[in-house]
Write a protein that binds this ligand. Structure first.
Ligand code: COA
Length: 260
C-alpha cells in the first residue's frame, strides 16, 4: 500500500479514499488521478458502499494541487489532456449517485480545492487553507475551478481567489460558502464519521434522487429542473423504502431502509 497513490478502506457501508502521497502533500499526478477515477467508478457500482469519504494522508494536506513537477514538463497537447483527465474525474465524483464527503484535513489548493468542490459535502479542519493559486504558476485552474467556484459562491469570491491566488482560511471559506462546516482539527474525524453514518443509514434511492435533481437543476432552466424533480418525486412512490420511511414515521419507530 505504501507505493499506492490511493488508500481504500471500508467501515461498513462507508468507503474512505485517502490520497496517499504525503511527501508531496498529496499532489495529483496522472497516476493519482487515474487511481481516483477507478476507485470512484468502483464505489459507484458496489452495492455495499453507500457513502464515500475523500481525504488526504498525513497531517498537513488534503491535496496541495495538481503535481507541479509533472506539469512542468508537459506540452500544450499534454496539458490539455491533463486538464481533460482531471475534469473527467471531477465530473465522475460530482455525478456519483451516492453522497461524497470531502474531509479537508489541511491544504486544499488548486486541484485540491477543485477535488473538494466536486464532492457533495465539505467539512474542513479549522487549520485548513483553501485556494486557487495557479496564477502564481502562470496558469489558470484546469480541473473545473473557474466554473465550480463560480457556481458555488459567486463571481466576487471566484475572482478574488483565482486572480490573487492567495489561500484563505477555513473560516473565510465558510463565509464564502465554499465549505459546509469548519471544526477543530481534533474533532474532524468524529464529525465526518457522524455525517457519514447518518448518510449510510438514509434511503439510498432518495439520496440518489436528490443528488440527481440538484445536479440537473444546476445545469438547466428552473422549469426543466422542477419537471425533473416531480418525475423523481413520483418515482419514489415505487420504492419499498418510501413505504418503510412513511410507515416508520406513523408507527413512531426508526426506519430501516433496504435500497429497494
Ligand atoms: N505539486 C508537486 N509537489 C508539491 C505540490 C504540488 N502541487 N505541493 C507541494 N509539493 C511538494 C513540495 O515540492 C515538497 O516536495 P520536496 O520535499 O520533494 O521538495 C513537498 O511537497 C512539501 O512541500 P513544501 O512546499 O516544502 O511544504 P510547505 O509547508 O513549505 O508549503 C504549500 C506548503 C502548500 C504552501 C506549498 O507546498 C505550495 O505552495 N504548494 C503548491 C500549491 C499550488 O500551487 N497548488 C496548485 C497547483 S496547480
Amino acid at each position: 500500500m505504501a507505493d499506492s497513490p490511493l488508500a481504500v478502506t471500508d467501515d461498513g457501508a462507508i468507503r474512505t479514499l485517502t490520497v496517499n502521497r504525503p511527501d508531496k502533500l498529496n499532489a495529483l499526478d496522472r497516476a493519482t488521478l487515474e487511481a481516483l477515477y477507478s476507485a470512484f467508478s468502483a464505489a459507484e457500482t458496489d452495492p455495499a458502499v453507500r457513502v464515500v469519504v475523500l481525504t488526504g494522508a498525513g497531517p498537513k494536506a488534503f491535496v496541495a494541487g495538481a503535481d507541479i513537477a509533472e506539469m512542468n514538463g508537459l506540452s500544450a497537447v499534454q496539458g490539455r489532456d491533463f486538464s481533460a483527465l482531471g475534469q473527467k474525474l471531477m465530473r465522475c465524483i460530482e455525478r456519483m449517485p451516492k453522497p461524497v464527503i470531502a474531509r479537508i484535513n489541511g491544504f486544499a489548493l488548486g486541484g485540491g480545492l477543485e477535488l473538494a468542490m466536486a464532492c457533495h459535502l465539505r467539512i474542513a479542519a479549522e487549520t485548513a487553507k483553501v485556494g486557487q493559486p495557479e496564477i502564481n504558476l502562470g496558469l489558470i485552474p484546469g480541473f473545473g475551478g473557474t466554473q465550480r467556484l463560480l457556481r458555488l459562491c459567486g463571481r466576487a469570491a471566484t475572482l478574488e481567489l483565482c486572480l490573487l491566488g492567495t489561500p484563505i482560511t477555513a473560516a473565510r471559506a465558510l463565509q464564502f460558502g465554499i465549505v459546509n462546516e469548519v471544526v477543530p482539527a481534533d474533532a474532524l474525524d468524529a464529525r465526518v464519521q457522524t455525517l457519514a453514518q447518518q448518510l449510510a443509514q438514509a434511503a439510498p434511492l432518495a439520496l440518489r434522487g436528490i443528488l440527481d435533481a440538484v445536479h440537473i437543476g444546476g445545469e438547466c432552466a428552473l422549469g426543466e429542473g422542477l419537471a425533473y424533480e416531480t418525475a423523481q418525486f413520483g418515482l419514489m412512490f415505487a420504492t419499498e423504502d418510501m413505504r418503510e420511511g412513511t410507515a416508520a414515521f406513523l408507527a413512531r419507530r426508526p426506519p430501516v431502509f433496504q435500497n429497494r
